[in-house]
Design a protein around this ligand. Structure first.
Ligand code: G4P
Length: 298
């Protein structure tokens, strides 16, 4: 991590625009804070790509774009890197962010950054119109970065997917695990599915009702674990002896979400994120000073 960070910091000095790829379904949770820190330090503008927008809730994506487009030096765009025409817009968007490089003599130097599995390689391949070998994600980094020519007067540097050492909020860990950016075997599927279930019940009940043929009114009374159980019953996930196989049920719900078959679902919006952070910070403060929390509570 430290070495990848050092390499990224060095590379940042020699580029004009950072292309940060995030997952449109969880744009903040899938944004490594180190990227913003490094690019601000070097005053580099950022094209923030909310990728996989084909899987995200369009209303949430719109809210996120407004949120990011208010930030200085940031231009946010929702794309699906799997769609060649959408990916092809990226160089022109970068050019707009670095007008000083547009004099016909200096190449426009772009660098792709982002955590694992957000679609960096898919974007690279679409831009280069050929398959490029992955630079490798942390911790098993094989190559640190590669710079490729992207037609006349443009270069593109690819960096390894980098996670940060400590994720501040549990909800971010769960969102990353639900979207499969982290946690293959690291996080228990049942816990992740229950977390995802809470969001689906709160915000996407009609999609759940349609997929699993459940009554919306029944769903309203469910919590995350109850939803996982209901999915297990619907899909006949049984262990020997007849009990429910909750792990299997959790995997079905997670896979349906990851494949987009439930519908277009975002795990966070600017508003839910603000609420999540306020609640987590209040819980932390209460844990540190239980007396004060008791007094506040009445
Ligand atoms: P990375 O380099 O950032 O690690 O990501 P990569 O391009 O390898 O993409 C990760 C997965 O996300 C791939 O699926 C890829 O097809 C998918 N993906 C990338 N961009 C988009 C997009 O705009 N829309 C959708 N729907 N999917 C996208 P995969 O190989 O099947 O892997 P996985 O999903 O099974 O992990």
């Amino acid at each position: 991590m430290a070495s990848a960070r050092k390499k990224a910091a060095e590379a940042m000095a020699a580029i004009d625009v950072v292309i940060e790829v995030t997952d449109a379904r969880l744009p903040e949770a899938s944004s490594n804070p180190m990227i913003a820190e490094l690019r601000r330090f070097r005053s580099r503008p950022c094209l923030k790509l909310l990728n996989k927008s084909d899987l995200a809730d369009p209303a949430a994506t719109k809210a996120w774009m407004e949120f990011y487009n208010r930030q200085p030096g940031v231009r946010a765009v929702a794309i699906s890197a799997k769609n060649a025409a959408e990916a092809a817009r990226v160089p022109a968007l970068c050019r707009q962010l670095a007008p000083h490089r547009d004099d016909g003599t200096k190449p426009l130097r772009m660098m792709i950054m982002g955590i694992p599995n957000v679609g960096k390689s898919t974007l690279m391949n679409a831009l280069l119109k050929r398959k490029v070998a992955k630079v490798g994600d942390e911790p098993a980094v094989t190559k640190h970065q590669q710079t490729l020519d992207l037609g006349p007067g443009m270069t593109l540097t690819d960096t390894p997917g980098m996670m940060w050492p400590k994720i501040d909020y549990d909800a971010d860990g769960y969102m990353l695990a639900a979207s499969h950016a982290i946690g293959r075997n690291a996080v228990i599927d049942e816990e992740v599915a229950a977390f995802l279930g809470e969001i689906l019940i709160a915000r996407y009940r009609p999609l759940l009702a349609a997929r699993y043929r459940l009554e919306p009114a029944t769903l309203a009374g469910f919590d995350g674990p109850a939803l996982v159980e209901a999915v297990g019953r619907r899909r006949g996930c049984l262990v020997k002896g007849g009990g429910l196989d909750l792990e299997k049920a959790a995997q079905i719900l997670l896979q349906d979400y990851r494949d987009g078959v439930l519908g277009r679902i975002s795990l966070e919006t600017p508003q839910t994120r603000m609420q999540m952070i306020a609640a987590a910070d209040a819980a932390r403060a209460a844990a540190q000073d239980p007396d004060a929390a008791g007094e506040d509570g009445g």
